[in-house]
Design a protein around this ligand. Structure first.
Ligand code: FAD
Length: 397
């Protein structure tokens, strides 16, 4: 049995780790990643410690059945005291290191995969045969909204904040961040760590900042699969965090039961509100943003009120997040599968329809966004990884 995994970010790494746990030898697994490394991907590849996880370490274990696996790793390396390991929002760099170590014995091929072929019985990648192929392509780079296209050729423009910010940022520079979500908070944390004392302007369509994490006890949701009903439930709950968190175990099932029209309405009108309440920020990052706003050093602006010709900036960071519509991105490896009838896009064009995948082909993470919606954070990806490994190796050895 040979398994080829395309993408060595968190998703590909977690599938590989699950396969090894179920008895597959590392020599039977090949990971292809254009970066040549494994475990870091979009989220965990920066070398700064200012970028922290937005999920406490106790919920970031690679294995759903061993919840303390990551927090134990932190303690064993002396990075965090045992008493606080599970509740800490630690450096994303450490998480990348943790994932990387999980699959240290598996060879990673430094390669951009542009096509998967189906031979008589097996798949072929680059002339090599595989019984199973796992598509773990992950997050696509952000696209620059038209309003900001004037900055594309600006010497201080960076299309992503996922890697380190430039060292050349001077302490009094003027910074524009396009987007007001979690990546914008990353920028603020990184600048604060460098004693930056200049001005930051952050612009987005709705000007919404992520809310902060607070300890809560989730309230299970027992209502109907209807967006209006869920909204009412959250609004009527004494603690909206508890209501939102209570949706979590069922959010994929609820999404799948929603009529496609409601899904489209949710994406068009509610998505930014859902994102800031569901994917929350560590309290320290949230607090920093509030302090900067109060000090007049962080200005949050609506895109409708932003005029690029009004202010000059030294740096412009695109922090709008991964682009979402897989179908419009025309990713070569996906297009080749779709054209050969081995996979189809989902009804929203956000990802692939898992039911359409040819036997032996598997997809997870953002590729399943349209079908599952909540499938991009590690607590969701690790469940998908375990399920895919169980499909590939049904009988635990
Ligand atoms: C900035 C950021 C911070 C985040 N923070 C958290 C967090 O704190 N907690 C949490 O739970 N989730 C977080 N997330 C969610 C995140 O999506 C997942 O945790 C995780 O990064 C997803 O991993 P992935 O492997 O699916 O995607 P990615 O990390 O995008 O990895 C995909 C990999 O596939 C490779 N690849 C893609 N196409 C090809 C190809 N054709 N050929 C070869 N290689 C290819 C890429 O090089 C990349 O390494 C964050 C996301 C981002 C963007």
């Amino acid at each position: 049995m040979k398994v080829g995994i395309i993408g060595g970010g968190a998703s590909g790494t977690l599938v590989a780790a699950q396969l090894v746990r179920r008895g597959l030898s590392t020599a039977q697994i090949s990971i292809f990643d254009r970066s040549g490394s494994c475990g870091f991907g979009a989220a965990y590849g920066a070398s700064t410690d200012s970028y922290v996880l937005n999920v406490p370490a106790g919920k970031m274990s690679a294995f759903p059945d061993t919840p303390s696996h990551f927090s134990d790793w932190l303690v064993q390396r002396g990075l965090v005291a045992e008493s606080e390991a599970a509740s800490r929002f630690v450096s994303r760099r450490w998480y990348g290191q943790y994932l990387n170590e999980l699959v240290a014995d598996i060879e990673v091929e430094s390669k951009e995969v542009n096509g998967v072929h189906l031979g008589s019985e097996v798949f072929e990648i680059d002339g090599r045969a595989f019984d199973h192929v796992v598509l773990a392509l992950g997050n696509a780079e952000a696209t620059l909204p038209a309003l900001f296209s004037v900055y594309r050729d600006h010497p201080g423009y960076r299309n992503s904040t996922w890697k380190n910010l430039p060292n050349e940022i001077a302490s009094e520079d003027r910074v524009l961040v396009i987007g007001t979500g979690l990546s914008m908070l990353d920028v603020l944390c990184e600048l604060a760590s460098r004693d930056f004392c200049g001005q930051v302007t952050a612009v987005s369509r709705h000007g919404l900042l992520p809310r902060s994490h607070q300890p809560t006890t989730p309230i299970p949701y027992t209502g109907a699969a209807s967006v209006a009903e869920i909204l009412r439930h959250i609004r009527n709950s004494e603690n909206w965090r508890a209501a939102v968190d209570g949706l979590r175990p069922d959010s994929q099932a609820i999404w799948q039961r929603l009529p496609v029209k409601e899904k489209r309405q949710f994406l068009r009108h509610l998505r930014p509100y859902w994102e800031v309440h569901r994917h929350r920020a560590p309290a320290s990052s949230y607090q920093l943003a509030q302090e900067l706003i109060e000090a007049g050093r962080l200005r949050i602006q609506f895109a409708s009120e932003f005029d690029p010709s009004e202010t000059k900036f030294d740096w412009v960071f695109n922090a709008t997040g991964p682009s979402q519509r897989l179908e419009s991105r025309k990713v070569p490896v996906i297009e080749s599968l779709v054209q050969r009838g081995l996979a189809s896009y989902d009804e929203l064009g956000l990802g692939l329809d898992p039911k359409s995948l040819h036997p032996g082909l598997h997809a997870l993470g953002t590729l399943t966004l349209g079908t599952l919606w909540e499938c991009t954070a590690v607590p969701d990806i690790r469940n998908q990884s375990a399920a895919i490994a169980a499909q590939i190796l049904p009988a635990t050895r």
